[in-house]
Design a protein around this ligand. Structure first.
Ligand SMILES: NC(=O)C1=CN([C@@H]2O[C@H](COP(=O)(O)OP(=O)(O)OC[C@H]3O[C@@H](n4cnc5c(N)ncnc54)[C@H](OP(=O)(O)O)[C@@H]3O)[C@@H](O)[C@H]2O)C=CC1
Ligand SMILES: Cc1cn([C@H]2C[C@H](O)[C@@H](COP(=O)(O)OP(=O)(O)O[C@H]3O[C@@H](C)C(=O)[C@@H](O)[C@H]3O)O2)c(=O)[nH]c1=O
Length: 302
């Protein structure tokens, strides 16, 4: 199948390009900047596509006529979304309408990425049928995008995920395992919350979820996350254990002392039985995920 990926320079984007190439699929990687994928050995197309530019979206998708479009691109800095709301809306909502309209013309199946932050975190872990009630503007933007996709009349799947971790070259943002590891290696002290609950997701598992839903053209909403319910403090302790870092540098705090611009849902996490049953999705444990990440850190350090 011919798959066009938006935001292909991102954490999920890079993992998905690699996975699809390893599977022998035809890949059109796109993003709004220049490619950060030239380390990959296999050949694939790269095209600039700023998804906030409607004409560009239409032109690129009409030109390539992909079987599947995977929309990974988004404004993913939750605190920045709270203050830069217009920019967040343009990228996380308006652009999704442009992608839907283009997919309708090309007949492409759309795989759209969404988040646990559409929930208020009062009743986690969540299934695909639970009512959404976002607390942040980021969460609201991702929920509005889901509505656009669900009301589109095209063929689509929405993959919701949680706290993605992993490593790729040229990352535009960090993630919990990496910033805990690098902060402690630099001798910094950390305050880490123990009152938020997540099912953290290895980027490779999320990429596999995208591949499975695309290959099966599986219609509907699927929870694609890790399987361990942990707090950020638990994750930090596990990171310290694995990388033999100094736990004394980490202070356990809660939301009363650790304030973030955007309100976080306290307990999310996903029930992933539907993805297991319909897609054959099976994630690694958080401990296995750290091991996988470590081998990649070593490879990148070489
Ligand atoms: N990371 C997480 O913890 C979670 C992520 N998700 C969702 O998963 C998806 C992927 O997340 P993740 O890979 O971590 O995100 P990243 O932030 O790593 O990647 C997003 C990519 O989108 C690109 N981008 C930004 N603006 C545009 C634009 N105008 N046109 C095209 N591309 C653009 C960015 O480019 P550049 O690198 O140049 O800035 C970036 O590479 C997102 O939809 C996110 O909402 C859901 C739950 C958790
Ligand atoms: C930086 C920092 C974070 N934390 C906690 C807060 C947070 O819950 C957790 C992860 O921190 P972050 O700010 O990276 O995570 P956050 O922005 O909450 O990550 C979110 O990203 C978007 C894209 C999503 O869709 C969500 O699913 C979720 O993954 O670690 C601390 O406890 N101490 C710290 O110093």
């Amino acid at each position: 199948m011919k798959v066009l990926i938006t935001g292909a320079n991102g954490l999920l984007g890079q993992k998905l390009v690699k996975l699809l190439l390893d599977k022998g699929e035809e890949v059109i990687a796109t993003s709004h900047g220049k490619s950060r994928l030239d380390y990959l050995e296999q050949s694939f197309e790269y095209a600039r596509m700023d998804i906030t530019q409607q004409a560009e979206v239409l032109e690129v998708i009409q030109y390539y006529q992909p079987d599947v479009v995977v929309n990974t691109a988004a404004m993913t800095n939750v605190d920045q979304c709270e203050t830069a709301r217009e920019e967040c809306r343009q990228l996380n909502v308006d652009a999704v309408q442009y992608l839907v309209d283009a997919c309708r013309l090309s007949g492409s199946f759309l795989v759209h990425l969404s988040t646990d932050f559409i929930f208020d975190g009062e009743a986690g872990p969540y299934t695909e049928n639970d009512p959404a009630k976002p607390l942040s503007y980021y969460g609201q933007s991702k929920l509005d995008a889901e509505t656009i996709v669900q009301d589109s009349g095209i063929d689509w799947s929405i993959l919701r995920t949680v706290l993605v971790y992993g490593i790729t070259p040229g990352m535009s943002r960090s993630n919990i395992v990496l910033w805990v590891k690098s902060s402690l290696e630099e001798g910094k002290e950390l305050k880490i919350v123990d009152d938020q609950w997540r099912t953290p997701t290895l980027a490779e598992d999320l990429a596999m979820g995208c591949y499975l839903s695309a290959a099966k053209r599986a219609q509907g909403i699927f929870n694609i996350s890790g399987k361990d319910m942990l707090t950020p403090y638990d994750m930090a302790m596990k990171t310290c254990d694995y990388f033999e870092l100094d736990k004394a540098k980490i202070t356990k705090v809660d939301g009363s002392t650790f304030t973030q611009t955007a309100k976080r849902p306290p307990k999310t996490g996903f029930v992933i039985e539907k993805a297991r049953l319909v897609l054959g999705y099976e994630p690694v444990s958080f401990d296995e995920g750290i091991q996988i990440l470590d081998t990649q850190v070593r490879d990148l350090a070489v």
